[in-house]
Design a binder for this molecule. Structure first.
Ligand SMILES: [Fe+2]
Length: 253
């Protein structure tokens, strides 16, 4: 199976639209969405609407911002700007899209199994243990590798940093994924892979990030796509959302 993997769109339609245009000519069978469709950005309905027309089969899990925007969590762990944006998002979502957000499944989800029924590909938002947990360090990843479903490769989001952790012979190694690149996964190792964020990258590269994965050839390809950041910022300012949410897009923080 060939997968397109998208995460942390955060209501940034300019970034999402650019990524969707870019992948139009690429070949894949299924789209995996790792959560945080909304929050921070000023185009939540456009992002939710786009889920209905994504190419191929869709597997999706909710993110921490999705559950707050869907009014399933009070957002007490959020900073002020995030909370203001979440409340604004709840108000702006159409009734149909709010219902959709409330129905998003909680990860982890197994999306592919091998001939022996072992999990081959899984998705989650923060960690397989909990959607709110961040996987930044090798120590964080060690705990996540012990958690079910123990898939060969698990795609995760939440940190907005394109990265990859490898479990091999009981040790974990972490790698930051910079620019565009590819890696062939080893069948006897296990992996946690983060495509980075489409709508609010935080690795000091403001370009939108996504991944393609072919589970047959075991090749992961990661990409960065520049988009019209100024337009996304204008929308945030026009919506009177916190200025910091517009400014950070240009810096990739
Ligand atoms: Fe996020």
């Amino acid at each position: 199976m060939r997968y397109l993997i998208l995460s942390d769109m955060h209501g940034n339609w300019e970034a999402m639209r650019t990524v969707l245009r870019k992948v139009r000519r690429k070949r894949f069978d299924s789209t995996l969405v790792l959560g945080d469709l909304v929050g921070y950005g000023a185009s939540p309905n456009q992002i939710v609407d786009s889920m209905r027309t994504l190419p191929g089969k869709l597997a999706i899990v909710r993110g921490n911002h999705d559950k707050v925007a869907a009014d399933l969590d009070n957002g007490q762990s959020f900073n002020e700007a995030a909370l203001v944006a979440a409340r604004w998002t709840t108000e702006k979502l159409t009734r149909r899209n709010l219902t959709y957000m409330k129905s998003l499944p909680i990860g982890p989800l197994v999306v592919e199994r091998d001939a022996e029924d072992a999990p081959r590909v899984a998705i989650c938002h923060g960690s397989p243990m909990d959607e709110d947990i961040y996987l930044f360090s090798e120590q964080d990843a060690w705990g996540a590798f012990q958690a079910e479903p123990r898939a060969h490769v698990t795609f995760f989001g939440h940190t907005h940093v394109p990265s990859l952790f490898i479990l091999h012979r009981g040790g974990v190694r972490g790698v930051l994924l910079r620019g565009d690149g590819e890696l062939k996964l080893h069948p006897r190792m296990r992996y946690l892979v983060n495509p980075g964020s489409i709508g609010q990258p935080r690795d000091r590269n403001p370009a939108a990030a996504y991944i393609l994965y072919d589970s047959k050839t075991r090749v992961v390809r990661w990409y960065r796509v520049p988009y019209a950041i100024d337009q996304a910022q204008s929308r945030i300012r026009a919506a009177r959302l916190p200025e910091s949410l517009a400014n950070r897009l240009a810096e990739g923080i």
